[in-house]
Design a protein around this ligand. Structure first.
Ligand SMILES: Nc1nc2c(c(=O)[nH]1)N[C@H]1C(S)=C(S)[C@@H](COP(=O)(O)OP(=O)(O)OC[C@H]3O[C@@H](n4cnc5c(=O)[nH]c(N)nc54)[C@H](O)[C@@H]3O)O[C@H]1N2
Ligand SMILES: Nc1nc2c(c(=O)[nH]1)N[C@H]1C(S)=C(S)[C@@H](COP(=O)(O)OP(=O)(O)OC[C@H]3O[C@@H](n4cnc5c(=O)[nH]c(N)nc54)[C@H](O)[C@@H]3O)O[C@H]1N2
Ligand code: SF4
Ligand SMILES: [Mo]
Length: 717
């Protein structure tokens, strides 16, 4: 399996792919022996067109990092005194299988908890073999980063379109009017919108006369390149979105295109939003009513316009209602499934259409302690801690985490940190000892992005252009390393073999066959079955990627995954939640509301070992409007105490005019000092974790954590 190679004086050039965010940029990597000596964007890549960001340039740092685990390690001792002992793979697999099986045999399926972190979505092996492993565990205690992220999008897609991942993507390359709510793609490079080189695409949008409008409680990097930005009070977007719908369905009703024949429930929508006036939106959010009316008019008048909202909204108290309203706005304004609007991709491997990923479901069962509904087979991660701590049948006693760091990334992380100590057994598939995996008895480290083949099963599905690309490993793995899919295979087969209650033999054989085929072989088969004309052979001959053209409009209703090929504009779950929302008509009295933020050089809770990403000015501070500082007699740069219902942290404060008054912001993914040990060789300052303040009781109806808009007080430290 060799990558395309052109020898140059300075080294060999290989084509690689960045797995550090959803933009999936194609890279041109220069190597000398087993060393990365240069990384640049691949100009021949039909999707990323040469784009690369500072994180992509740092991808070699992960590969070279001396702190990265390459062989399994076993923990000896606890906390600050813990040491890690390298063990062989066989011993590690047997240890994990013994303990997982013993837990299940003794205490039942639900006694095993699993948590999947974000990088799973960026690994082919995790998509093909990790999912098979998780299916093989019959536990209801499945958790993932989804419920601190995009769960509302998935629930709404499931309810409205019939499949959790049938997600419309903004057609940024053709739109003339782009409303961005609670997203900062200038820093994040886009999410549920794979959009490499967002900065250039926005420049293009504006130079063809289009407009971008941003609603955000912080004047973000994206707001600064927009035509217009408005503050909204955290947690109140629902009133704004419902007011936009209200204006569309009243004042502008006669200007709307006829609703598509496949859409049902329009009358219910009209009734639901009737009382959500722009004036009410203004009272709740601070966004002036006349702006709401004007934005509604602009959307309806646009020749291809689209509303897009992301984590600032989906990880808020009304994420589901908001994502539903976004879809309704795009449908009613005639912008769903049309160029310039919200469109569906046509991927070479259609993980949705082929049923590779399930449609999803909701509330088929509930969590044991708090009775929270499952979504698509997962429980809200905000419930994980109590499921570990609360005794009784179904208590989580063993935990397996894969590519995740819930201690830093989920609400009340500090208390989860404590709960992990109480587990009978914990194993982690991860490349680092981090704030979470430090509690594992065993860590099994897979190969990293540059050492494995990649075809993206997830992000081609969400990209602003149809492309396909297969990237062979840049470096061959060392003999004593394992790919993640091999780790998943061994854990599954060895655990299954030790179970008292084994699946039927036939099922076991199917499982073994499926887990033994490599991800690349599976992709080859999926492409063949996909019938798009894209084959593995073609992809190998064009390693930069194949351009399959712009997103195609007019695909509905044929492509709709729902039974009967209908779009349900008024799903019962949403209707009920709008009812709950309707009962609120004054913003609560809070001193300050805490929101998150992302920086171009951060990558959730990891990558803080990379010198080139962490050098320079610190960026972990609490941002606060100067007026809010002054009214508390606080000075820029001083240390402050931030306190929520859940906990408190001490951190430096930085004055910023970019923050809406009454709002403070901390990035997530910091807080690397644990028991006096620095878990990431970051800058001198480990920062604090925002999730020591966020509240597991604050949830959207989907079960997604409301990480944004958390009431806090700020006092001198
Ligand atoms: N307050 C607040 N909290 C948030 C957010 C927020 O905006 N605000 N954002 C949320 C979001 S959107 C997300 S996605 C989550 C992320 O939360 P998590 O997914 O829990 O955490 P990550 O920081 O992504 O941790 C990734 C881990 O995977 C490991 N890793 C990296 N590459 C690989 C690999 O190839 N294989 C394996 N096995 N491991 C690997 C890294 O070492 C790291 O330990 O955080 C959430 N938390
Ligand atoms: N550099 C970098 N890129 C990343 C990541 C990273 O950690 N670093 N993480 C990746 C991941 S896992 C994800 S999910 C994506 C997320 O991608 P984005 O959704 O673009 O994430 P953020 O940059 O956190 O943008 C969220 C915005 O919402 C705003 N906001 C907060 N509360 C509210 C509110 O109540 N209402 C409104 N309207 N806005 C609000 C915040 O100020 C912020 O600007 O980014 C991905 N890309
Ligand atoms: S934008 Fe995302 S995918 Fe592209 S180089 Fe940066 S981190 Fe990697
Ligand atoms: Mo995420």
């Amino acid at each position: 399996m060799t990558a395309t190679t052109t020898a140059t004086a300075t080294g060999e050039k290989r084509i690689g792919v960045c797995n550090l965010c959803e933009a999936i940029c194609g890279l041109e990597i220069t190597i000398e022996g087993r060393e990365v000596v240069g990384v640049r964007g691949n100009p021949a890549d039909p999707l990323s067109r040469g784009h690369v960001c500072p994180k992509g340039v740092a991808i070699g740092d992960v590969y070279a990092d001396p702190d990265r685990l390459r062989r399994p390690v076993k923990r000896v001792g606890e906390g600050a005194g813990a040491t890690w002992q390298e063990i062989g793979w066989d011993e590690a697999f047997d240890l994990v299988a013994d303990r997982l099986a013993a837990t299940i045999n003794e205490h039942g399926d639900d006694a095993l908890g699993v948590y999947l972190g974000n990088p799973n979505a960026h690994s082919l092996g995790a998509m093909t073999h990790g999912t098979a492993m998780f299916k093989s565990f019959r536990t209801r205690n499945r958790y993932s980063a989804t419920s601190v992220d995009q769960l509302p999008h998935q629930l709404v897609a499931h309810l409205m379109f019939g499949h959790q991942l049938f997600l419309p993507v903004p057609d940024i390359d053709r739109t003339s009017w782009f409303l961005v709510i609670g997203a900062n793609p200038m820093a994040s490079n886009g999410s549920l919108m794979t959009v490499p080189d967002f900065p250039q695409r926005v420049r293009d949008l504006r130079s063809r006369g289009g407009r971008m409008v941003v609603l955000d409680p912080r004047r973000t990097e994206t707001a600064k390149v927009a035509d217009e930005h408005h503050f909204v009070r955290p947690g109140t977007d629902a009133w704004v979105l419902l007011a936009l719908l209200q204006v569309l369905t009243t004042e502008l009703a006669d200007q709307l295109p006829p609703a598509p024949a496949y859409a049902e429930g329009l009358d219910t929508v009209v009734g639901l939003v009737a009382d959500f006036t722009p004036e009410r939106a203004e009272a709740m959010s601070g966004l002036p009513a006349d702006v709401v009316r004007r934005l509604a008019r602009e959307l309806v008048a646009a020749d291809g316009g689209v509303v897009y909202s992301r984590i600032g909204v989906s990880a808020g108290p009304w994420g589901t209602v908001c994502q539903w309203a976004v879809n309704c706005l795009n449908v009613l304004s005639g912008n769903l499934d049309r160029p310039g609007g919200a469109m569906f991709t046509s991927p070479a491997i259609d993980a949705v259409g082929t049923g590779l990923i399930g449609r999803g479901h909701f509330d088929a069962w509930r969590s044991r302690v708090r009775g929270l509904p499952e979504t698509a087979g997962e429980l809200p991660v905000s419930a994980l801690r109590e499921e570990i701590e609360t005794p009784g049948e179904g208590q989580v006693r063993a935990l397996l985490t894969v590519a995740g760091n819930p201690v830093l990334s989920t609400p009340d992380g500090a208390r989860l940190d404590g709960a992990l100590r109480d587990l009978d057994f914990m194993a982690a598939v991860d490349i680092y000892v981090n704030e979470t995996t430090r509690h594992a008895d065993v860590i099994l480290p897979p190969t990293t992005a540059l050492e494995r083949d990649h075809y993206d099963l997830v992000f081609h599905l969400l990209a602003v252009r149809n492309t396909a690309r297969f990237t062979p490993a840049v470096f061959e793995k060392e003999a004593d390393q394992r790919h993640d899919w091999q780790i998943f295979r061994e854990i599954t087969l060895r655990t299954t073999a030790r179970l008292d209650r084994k699946p039927p033999l036939k099922k076991q054989l199917v499982q073994r066959a499926r887990l033994t085929a490599s991800p690349t072989l599976l992709v080859t088969g999926l492409l063949r079955r996909g019938g798009s004309g894209v084959t593995m052979k073609k992809l190998r001959s064009r390693p930069a990627g194949l351009d399959l053209g712009p997103l195609r409009g007019g695909q509905l209703p044929d492509r709709l995954p729902s039974r009967g090929k209908r779009v349900d504009l008024a799903p019962a779950v949403v209707v009920a939640d709008v009812g709950r929302l309707a009962a609120i008509d004054t913003p609560g009295e809070h001193e300050l509301l805490l929101i998150g933020r992302r920086h171009q050089r951060d990558c959730n809770s990891w990558m803080h070992n990379s010198q080139r990403l962490t050098k320079g000015r610190p960026r972990h501070q609490l941002l606060m409007n100067p007026a809010d500082l002054a009214s508390r007699d606080l000075s820029d740069g001083s240390r402050v105490r931030v306190t929520s219902r859940i906990g408190s942290v001490e951190v430096e404060v930085a004055a910023s005019e970019d923050l809406m008054p009454g709002v403070v912001s901390l990035p997530h993914g910091y807080g690397h000092a644990k028991d006096g040990v620095l878990m990431a060789r970051s800058r001198e300052v480990p920062g604090v974790s925002i999730n020591d303040l966020t509240d597991p009781e604050l949830l959207d109806v989907s079960g997604n954590a409301a990480l944004n808009g958390v009431p806090v007080a700020v006092t001198p430290a």
